[in-house]
Design a protein around this ligand. Sequence first.
Ligand SMILES: C[S@@+](CC[C@H](N)C(=O)[O-])C[C@H]1O[C@@H](n2cnc3c(N)ncnc32)[C@H](O)[C@@H]1O
Length: 223
Amino acid sequence: MTKLIKTWSSCPEDEDSMTKEHAWIWQAMIGAVPIGLKDRVLDIGCNQGGFLRMLHDTVSFAEGVGVDLATQRVALAEAHKGDRKLRYLATDQLSDAGTGFDVAFSHEVIYLIGDLADHARQVFEILRPGGAYYAVTCCHRDNPLWATWRPGIEVVSNVPVPDHSVGDIATAFRDAGFDVAINRFLADTFIPTAPPSEYFPSDLERLDVYTNWKLMFRMTRPA
Ligand SMILES: C[S@@+](CC[C@H](N)C(=O)[O-])C[C@H]1O[C@@H](n2cnc3c(N)ncnc32)[C@H](O)[C@@H]1O
């Protein structure tokens, strides 16, 4: 069991800027994953709900639910959903969102999950047989910049920040019964440039991380 929190970051303005900074990546995720009209979709670690709003405004699907540990962020997601048929819940138990989902997503959340075996068990329970979980992250030990990022993230994160490798994530899901595949889903995408930042000292490092280390894991529950 993980405790609920008010906000994920102790600098809430960081969370406000995530929506803007992540939008182009969410777009690429939506382009990479087939979604059907009858699909029920779960967004794990939805924060302020921006990914599901974008998904809703881009493709048609039957139901969208977002879950997060951060109660104030979930309240914002609910407040911003307008008349979209989306639901957002504050919980650490995925089954509170329901079961039988066709597709689950997470973007930059799996690296914050301490107990990957429990996460994999929970995802198995909420997906229908044949359903798939697409988890995207570049926050893992195999990314050469992770060792410099992690201490800074630990300072602001209101949950512990584990140190998972790509192999740790894949193994946990294989052990739970999933078929696991991995994609460098931004490899053919134009990567936006930006001035040097605490995360990316140069555009070349930005390009390297996004094209080589921003990974999409596809965990399929066998049919
Ligand atoms: C770095 S933010 C990413 C938010 C969002 N997915 C995005 O793309 O902007 C990580 C989010 O995961 C949430 N989170 C962390 N551990 C979680 C867990 N066990 N269950 C649900 N949400 C979790 C945090 O509260 C936070 O909102």
